[in-house]
Design a binder for this molecule. Structure first.
Ligand SMILES: C[S@@+](CC[C@H](N)C(=O)[O-])C[C@H]1O[C@@H](n2cnc3c(N)ncnc32)[C@H](O)[C@@H]1O
Length: 262
């Protein structure tokens, strides 16, 4: 079993960063409950390549470990982590996502997956108990991002790893998501690094992607998305461009592997 917290974890948050359920959380929860179909499986070339990169991290870090998937959705990555991990706790606040996930669990028989419906800024989990936490395509919807980092730190064992993506507020994507139904919270790259450090993590790896939303840039009757998904020396062209000095500060997707300080 996954060890649950036995008393109110709000008390353990540092610096008075207690979370009161806010309007963003309520709004996004409602919207995510309507999105279970469109989020299931993306077949766009760029996303497939990115999924592959994310999968490699799970393979590398989750072997025989006790793992948390923050914002697991319908389980795209939970099932992958469960192939390697001892146990995986999938956590999401959207009941509809978890219902769909449960159906898939019956289909694939994964007894090492445990699902919890909860807000990821208030993890109902015991402290110092997990080896790895990962969160894909989720943290850029979290307003209380610093609270979330303290929570990750609280539940991870010393030396445990956190693998996650954050969204940069100085990016093309930030302009485009203004039209979305979901409320996003993008932050600057310097703030990302500041929060990681101040909440007790050390950066092990930092990669930048998505200097622009390639699927809206027209190119020869299509878009540039397929071209930048190609790899040169094992790296996606998008990542190569997004990692260049200066440009890096404008890339949307920042993928981190961090270690909880010993
Ligand atoms: C874009 S989906 C990503 C799903 C999955 N991680 C993936 O990469 O396919 C974001 C997920 O985060 C969940 N989520 C967003 N904010 C959350 C919060 N505050 N607490 C719990 N889950 C949250 C949503 O319900 C949704 O399932």
């Amino acid at each position: 079993m996954i060890k649950l917290a036995n008393n109110n974890n709000e008390k353990r948050l540092k610096g008075g960063l207690m979370m009161l359920v806010n309007q963003t959380t309520i709004h996004n929860k409602e919207v995510f409950n309507t999105l279970t179909e469109s989020l299931s499986f993306c077949d766009v070339h760029y996303w497939r390549t990115l999924q592959h990169i994310k999968r490699e991290y799970l393979e590398e870090y989750c072997k025989n470990k006790v793992v948390i998937d923050l914002g697991c959705g319908t389980g795209e990555f939970t099932f992958i982590a469960a192939e390697y991990a001892k146990k995986v706790a999938g956590i999401d606040f959207a009941g509809k996502m978890l219902e769909k996930m449960k159906k898939r669990m019956q289909q694939f028989e994964k007894p090492n997956i445990y699902l919890l419906q909860a807000d990821i800024t208030k993890l109902p989990l015991k402290e110092n108990n997990f080896d790895v936490i990962y969160s894909y395509s989720t943290l850029y919807y979290i307003k209380e991002i610093e609270v979330l980092f303290y929570e990750m730190n609280r539940v991870l064992k010393k030396g445990g790893f956190a693998i996650f993506e954050l969204g940069n507020k100085f990016s093309h994507n930030t302009l485009l998501v203004k039209k979305s139904n979901l409320i996003s919270h993008h932050i600057s790259t310097s703030k990302m690094l500041m929060i990681i450090k101040s909440t007790g993590f050390k950066v092990v790896e930092h990669r930048a992607f998505q200097i622009c939303m390639w699927n809206v840039i027209p190119f020869m009757g299509g878009t540039l998305e397929k071209k930048v998904s190609k790899k040169i020396n094992e790296k996606m062209i998008d990542e190569i461009i997004s990692s260049l000095p200066i440009l890096r500060n404008f890339a949307f997707r920042h993928l981190f592997v961090c270690k909880k300080e010993e």
